[in-house]
Design a binder for this molecule. Structure first.
Ligand code: GZL
Length: 336
């Protein structure tokens, strides 16, 4: 056989071998492209389906929390995220969790709008052998086997930070405080109130003269503050359980012809952009941070669970506090 013919046969053979290898790689989800499930190229792994029930869209914090979760639990990162917004109604969250159980998702995660009333549906998830991750807010279930972990802030610490600031700011001066509470029965409302009261307990000159829920929203915070202003001629400080209610209080205070941050001081929790801007502008006096950026920690916990590992039962997010000067410095680089 001539050299050239030998050459032709060896070239054809090599091409055929290459084509066969490429075909084999594709079908096994190998490095030549994504598998049908859309998993990242080269991973070949099935996507992890996560059913997430979100509280709602009540505040700037919630919007930042939702954005971070949706931008982290992506197909590129190995997840198939099923996401539902409960419009701050527990019955909607319970229904969403039951739907995820029926769909047979790999993991259920949710931020419980209130602390109580979850045992039955969590028992159903347990019976279906679907692990549950609590993010942001806690439940008061006595049976902690009903969830893998609670990932979120220490709300008592946040309330205490706000109270400690008030003690320093007002010293021995007689001080009338009105409290804009978060959603009734929610962990952040219960714990921030407890932390704040603990901080001021031994300072009898600091008196909470009125408390009412503004449900973590700007509009309800404004309405409640209007009522406080009509009923109480002398208010020195507003303690709002989140920035959004504090921003609503600013609108009410200005409408009453008073200067927020001066005539009536304001301390809030969260440190979302609009709150930090009001702090920098001198309309809020102090903010205890509550980070909404829980997406990466949630992704890590889910992957640990899927790998058969046991995450810590309680994962606390790290946070700080902001004065007006610190807000001016932090604003340009804040992620939310
Ligand atoms: C706290 C979170 C609270 C925020 C509010 O982790 O649950 O709910 O403080 C939000 O802004 O509405």
């Amino acid at each position: 056989m001539s050299h050239s013919k030998h050459k032709r046969i060896s070239v054809v053979g090599a091409l055929a071998a290459t084509a066969l290898m490429a075909l084999a790689a594709c079908s096994s989800g190998g490095s030549t492209g994504t598998t049908t499930s859309g998993a990242a190229a080269g991973s070949g792994d099935k996507l992890i389906t996560v059913g997430f029930s979100q509280v709602g869209s009540e505040s700037g914090w919630r919007a930042a929390n939702t954005k971070d979760i949706q931008e982290t639990l992506t197909k590129e990162n190995g997840f198939d995220l099923k996401f539902s917004d409960a419009q701050q109604k527990q019955e909607n969250q319970i229904q969403a969790i039951r739907t995820y159980i029926a769909q047979g998702v790999d993991v259920i995660a949710f931020s419980p709008v209130v602390e109580s009333g979850w045992d039955a549906v969590l028992e159903e998830a347990k019976a279906a052998k679907i692990p549950v991750v609590l993010t942001d807010r806690a439940v008061d279930s006595k049976d902690t086997s009903l969830y893998v972990t609670f990932l979120g802030s220490d709300f008592i610490k946040e309330g205490k930070a706000a109270g400690d600031w008030a003690v320093t700011e007002f010293g021995d001066k007689p001080t009338n405080i009105v409290e804009l509470q978060g959603t009734t029965g929610s962990a952040p409302a219960n714990d921030r109130m407890a932390g704040f009261k603990e901080a001021i307990a031994s300072h009898t000159n600091l008196k909470i003269i009125a408390s009412q829920t503004g449900n973590f929203t700007r509009s309800e915070g404004k309405t409640v503050m209007e009522g406080f202003l009509q009923a109480n001629p002398s208010i020195d400080l507003v303690f709002a359980h989140n920035d959004d209610m504090g921003l609503g209080a600013i609108e009410a205070i200005e409408a009453a012809g008073k200067v927020p941050g001066k005539d009536i001081k304001i301390v809030t929790v969260d440190a979302v952009h609009d709150g930090m801007q009001a702090l920098a502008d001198g309309k809020i006096n102090f903010i205890a941070e509550c980070s909404p950026l829980l997406g990466q920690q949630l992704a890590d916990v889910v992957k640990q669970v899927m790998a058969g590992k046991t995450p810590e039962k309680r994962i606390i997010t790290t946070e700080t506090t902001f004065t007006q000067e610190q807000a001016k410095a932090a604003l340009p680089t804040r992620k939310y």
